[in-house]
Design a binder for this molecule. Structure first.
Ligand SMILES: NC(=O)c1ccc[n+]([C@@H]2O[C@H](COP(=O)([O-])OP(=O)(O)OC[C@H]3O[C@@H](n4cnc5c(N)ncnc54)[C@H](OP(=O)(O)O)[C@@H]3O)[C@@H](O)[C@H]2O)c1
Length: 417
């Protein structure tokens, strides 16, 4: 591989693209040189941010194909909504296969697909075009997760036995855009949106350092979901208003709370457990990510809201609502924890550094579309478990064709007998 520096193009210019752009101040050997979005105005804003932060002389392109055609662009970051993943990937592959342009790789935000079929199609498309593939699961690159895993495995597990229980949870008060709340567009509710992080982070923690993720094998999935807050009439009305009447949570909700237990079989046949909880109905300071890893003589715990930086504003401090203190912030006064560098702490900086390095080296990133597919399979098994109210032996029959009732607009816990 002769390239020494990569030109990166972003597809989508919303919330997550801006997170990635901010993280880029800690990424070497790559510049953000292109942005494509639905509207040129939001693409321009993202390009301006990249230029302002000096992470690349980003230019707005009119289409994905045009960006692929540019000799300046070597790799793409797919950060558009879940409902047009495949369409975007098809356009990339068509542009590459037809000789419109040459790129090295594609990195795609979570979830890889809204269901197993879509995730598998994403994988087969990237293979068809001969591209390297990265699955953007930031949390397995979070410094606390990575460092915690390293210490716990080298000291605790090496002398007293491997960890057997991983608990992971991600909670906040609900997504920032209406499409996330609509099951058919997003693919589900909080399970698809956020449990994907917890499932992968827990799987990563339970896997011995340096081993393939496939050394631990999922055997059973047991899950539960409900819509605890957003079907309360006042809150359902709030969602309807925010979406110009598009969202109808009284009749067509998505789950805002879920938990799942996944039983794995370890390298020596031992039973390992993952316990995840996730919700869009947590009202605290803001986004709360927590993780625990337990073994015979040790434990680890992480909680992103246990920050060492806290500020206090008395009731006389009046200001605009914002997300300047913590992601998905719920208040502007009182005692507030501050995550001083969210881009680093949630894992974006190290994630992007790893993807860039892998693409430059011509090697497949260690978090790739195969992992995205595995996560999707586990999430779909969780939806199956909820719908059938039973433990699913993994992999269940029919998993590849399964579409959750939430995604079909047919799920409503209020109407259940
Ligand atoms: N890793 C994480 O923790 C994390 C966090 C948040 C989101 N995500 C994932 O990232 C993806 C995007 O989420 P988001 O929060 O950034 O959503 P968002 O704020 O709604 O932004 C989506 C962006 O995609 C653009 N877009 C829509 N259709 C497009 C198309 N056909 N071609 C190109 N651009 C298009 C939109 O354009 P306009 O602005 O022009 O309307 C918008 O800029 C989702 O898959 C989500 O699951 C991951």
């Amino acid at each position: 591989m002769s390239k020494k520096r990569l030109g990166i193009g972003f597809i989508g210019a919303g919330f997550i693209t801006k997170f990635h752009i901010r993280s880029w101040v800690g990424v070497r050997d790559a510049d953000i040189l292109g942005i494509v979005s639905r509207s040129p105005e939001s693409a321009q804003k993202a390009a301006d941010l990249a230029r302002r932060l000096r992470v690349g002389q980003a230019k707005v392109y009119a289409s994905v194909s045009e960006m692929v055609a540019s000799p300046a662009i070597d790799a793409l970051w797919v950060c558009s909504p879940n409902y047009n993943r495949l369409e975007i990937m098809e356009e990339i592959v068509h542009a590459v296969k037809s000789g419109t342009g040459e790129i090295i790789g594609v990195a795609c935000e979570k979830p890889l697909g809204r269901n197993v079929q879509e995730a598998q199609k994403m994988s087969s498309l990237v293979r068809e075009a001969g591209l390297l593939d990265g699955y953007l699961e930031d949390q397995i690159f979070s410094p606390s997760v990575v460092r915690g895993k390293e210490i716990l495995w080298t000291r605790g597990a090496a002398t007293t036995g491997r960890p057997y229980l991983a608990r992971a949870s991600e909670e906040h008060g609900g997504p920032h855009m209406p499409w996330f709340w609509e099951g058919s567009l997003q693919g589900g509710g909080v399970i698809n949106d956020m449990m994907c992080h917890s499932v992968e982070e827990a799987r990563f923690m339970l896997t011995p350092p340096g081993a393939e993720r496939s050394v631990i094998k999922p055997r059973k999935v047991m899950a539960y979901a409900n819509c605890l807050k957003w079907q309360i009439p006042d809150y359902a009305e709030e969602l309807a208003k925010q979406s110009d009447g598009g969202l109808d949570y009284l009749n067509r909700p998505a789950e805002d709370f879920a938990r799942a237990v996944i039983e794995y079989e370890g390298e020596k046949g031992e039973k390992l457990l993952v316990e995840t909880t996730t919700s869009w109905c947590y009202v605290g300071a803001g986004l709360r990510l927590s993780m625990e890893l337990l073994g015979p003589e040790y434990s680890l715990s992480i909680n992103t809201l246990d920050s060492n930086l806290k500020i206090f504003f008395s009731r006389k401090v009046q200001g605009k609502q914002g997300e300047d203190l913590v992601e998905k912030q719920n208040a502007e006064t009182g005692q507030m924890p501050i995550v001083s560098s969210e881009e680093i702490e949630y894992g974006y900086t190290d994630e992007n550094r790893h993807m860039v390095q892998s693409f430059l080296d011509g090697t497949r990133p260690r978090e790739n579309f195969t992992d995205g597919e595995e996560v999707t399979k586990l999430l779909m098994a969780a939806y199956m478990s909820i719908e059938e109210e039973r433990t699913i032996i993994f992999p269940p029959e029919g998993l590849e064709d399964f579409i959750p009732a939430v995604a079909k607009g047919e799920w409503n816990p209020q109407k259940k007998a």
